[in-house]
Ligand binder design. Structure first.
Ligand SMILES: Nc1ncnc2c1ncn2[C@@H]1O[C@H](COP(=O)(O)OP(=O)(O)OP(=O)(O)O)[C@@H](O)[C@H]1O
Length: 238
């Protein structure tokens, strides 16, 4: 556990979240760094992301946030975030420069376009560029990779590496990952802490196949990105 009293931290104590017949139990401590939470479709990722962002009230238990002034939630569907009638308005609603964001999103020329006329992948990358450009202590990303092309998944992962504070990524992505510090898993209605990367990789049941294959060969990648596994295998063969 961090001993720096000014660092952001989230503590979950016997947290119980309910949605009709669905119940999720969560315990654990989130320190500064990138946390990956994996789990099957319908396991409760969105439910927990909403609760951490303060949009879903718990049935019981506690969510204690320390040194967190600004929280940003990226919802799975980018259209849920829309407030502007044009892309320019949408970017301005984030308090950002439309020229710069359109350029970074490779959407130059679409400033006056109705966001609902963009593809979901285009909207998603615009949204992610906006959210990563904002200051925050806690960033919660629910399925950030959905509808992104491989190139944009990679760019997004690289941009996440320079984020500060706590970043929590909920995903069932199996190919593209950012450099990750901690892994968690949701299974059978419960959040489980798997551990710190890379020591925990052996215990990560829903690890991508390339990591499982490397571990079977006795290779421990230094992180969870595909290139980390490739590098570890090459090093072993040298
Ligand atoms: N508004 C709601 N009302 C009632 N039940 C809900 C509601 N939203 C979700 N659920 C149920 O809660 C469970 C968890 O849903 P949740 O959306 O959190 O899962 P998820 O892991 O995010 O799924 P996905 O991987 O498809 O995004 C599911 O069984 C779902 O049917």
């Amino acid at each position: 556990m961090s001993d720096n009293l000014s660092e952001p931290q989230i503590i979950l104590k016997d947290l119980i979240l309910k949605r009709d017949g669905f119940t999720l139990l969560a315990n654990g401590v989130f320190e500064k760094g990138v946390h990956l939470i994996t789990g099957k479709i319908g396991c409760g990722k969105t439910t927990l992301s909403m609760a951490l962002a303060g949009y879903l009230r718990q049935e019981s238990g506690l969510i204690e946030c320390k040194n967190i002034e600004k929280t940003l939630l990226s919802m799975q569907f980018p259209e849920y975030h829309l407030t502007g009638l044009t892309l320019e308005d949408e970017i301005k609603s984030w308090g950002l420069s439309s020229d710069e964001i359109l350029d970074k999103s490779e959407l130059c020329g679409y400033g006056k376009t109705d966001p609902m006329k963009m593809s979901r992948g285009e909207l998603k990358r615009l949204h992610l560029v906006c959210i990563l450009s904002k200051r925050k202590d806690l960033l919660i990303l629910d399925e950030p990779f959905s509808t992104l092309s491989p190139m944009w998944k990679e760019r997004f992962c690289n941009n996440l590496a320079i984020q500060e504070g706590i970043t929590i990524i909920f995903t069932h992505e199996q190919t593209y990952f950012p450099k990750t510090d901690y892994i968690w898993d949701i299974d059978s209605g419960e959040l489980n802490y798997i551990g710190h990367v890379p020591e925990c990789l052996d215990s990560w049941k829903s690890a991508p196949e390339y990591i499982k294959t490397a571990l079977k060969k006795g290779v421990l990648p230094k992180n969870i990105r595909f290139e980390d596994t490739l590098e570890a295998i090459c090093r072993m063969q040298d």
